[in-house]
Write a protein that binds this ligand. Structure first.
Ligand code: AKB
Length: 320
């Protein structure tokens, strides 16, 4: 019997693209998209869609029973910048939703869970370069605190109740089909749309702020690969470090300039700079590479070329 997948938070930046790929792999009717509100028209038309508040365990359970769901991808979350504005709400959404699905797996309603963590688990005392899998964490953001706590909840449910929960520490994810919201790494998406539409971008981080990043295609690939690998390959039950590229706003601007000659950038750091300053510059993901054979495909040059080509072909006019 094929797996039936429920995606919570399917209308978000990663949810839209992950749901699309999962529907190709598992069949449209076997991937139930859900979010707290209606989302992408194409996603809603291509398979089942349900309105679910991820903090509402009873509704999640009702949908699991309705479709005989076997796996849950929990992508509903409040990201770093928004979480600093709404600490209590962020904690409630990020932790209650996770405990809901962990409990449902413990009670045998579902077999497998995917839950994303983030480079935000690290803090100002963490080694900045090639940040190891196991190192000092001590995050200074609400989002980071919720991700560290979440990682240990995952590990606890795995150790104590045998729950098959798998997780990745995402770097900043860069996409052109869907836009992020409320993150500190969002500039690396905004910059492309602004370059295409206005030829100008005012960046909210300073020019030399280096952060770990990844193209969406690689992020979707890593997520599905981790979920599909045999149980015995998943040796880490908190969350795997995951890496592809690291760059600064200045470096990505120079890469864009190779395609859009007149592109200009200026820098006006805001409160998000303080968040970025506490995060690593690059990540050591050798455990993911060794345990389940993770490899990224896109570097800064190939990603930039691919995004600009696709934005041009699709003549994308997303309102900024
Ligand atoms: C954010 O900037 O908050 C996210 C993340 C790194 O988890 N993109």
């Amino acid at each position: 019997m094929s797996d039936v997948i429920l995606v919570l938070g399917a209308s978000g930046q990663i949810g839209i693209e992950l749901t699309k790929e999962l529907r190709i792999l598992y069949g449209n009717k076997n991937v139930i998209a859900s979010d707290i509100r209606k989302g992408d028209q194409k996603m809603m038309a291509s398979g089942p869609f349900e309105i679910i508040d991820a903090t509402d365990k009873e509704t999640i359970l009702a949908i699991i029973k309705k479709y005989n769901v076997t796996q849950v991808y929990l992508l509903a979350a409040m990201l770093s910048a928004t979480a600093e504005q709404h600490p209590q709400k962020a904690w409630d959404l990020n932790i209650t939703s996770l405990l809901n699905v962990l409990d449902l797996a413990k009670d045998k309603y579902i077999k497998q869970i995917y839950w994303p963590s983030s480079i935000a688990v690290f803090g100002p005392k963490t080694p900045k370069e090639n940040t190891p899998q196991n190192t000092i964490m001590q995050p200074s953001t609400v989002y980071g605190i919720s991700k560290v706590a979440g990682e240990f909840w995952c590990n606890y449910y795995h150790e104590k109740f045998g729950v098959d929960v798998r997780s990745l520490r995402y770097p900043g994810i860069i996409s052109w089909k869907s836009k992020p919201g409320g993150g500190t790494t969002d500039y690396a998406v905004d910059i492309f749309f602004n370059a295409m539409e206005k030829g100008f971008y005012q960046c909210f981080l300073s020019e030399n702020t280096r952060l770990p990043m990844m193209y969406m295609n690689d992020a979707v690939k890593a997520t599905i690969q981790l979920m599909q690998t045999d149980k015995e390959n998943v040796k880490n039950r908190t969350s795997y470090n995951l890496a592809a590229i690291s760059f600064t706003p200045k470096e990505i601007a120079l890469e864009i300039k190779k395609h859009i000659k007149d592109f200009k950038i200026s820098y006006q750091p805001d409160f998000r700079q303080q968040i970025a300053d506490t995060w690593p510059e690059s990540i050591d993901d050798s455990e993911a590479r060794a345990d389940w054979n993770w490899k990224h495909n896109f570097d800064l040059t190939s990603m930039t070329r691919d995004i600009l080509k696709n934005l041009k072909i699709n003549n994308l006019k997303i309102s900024l």
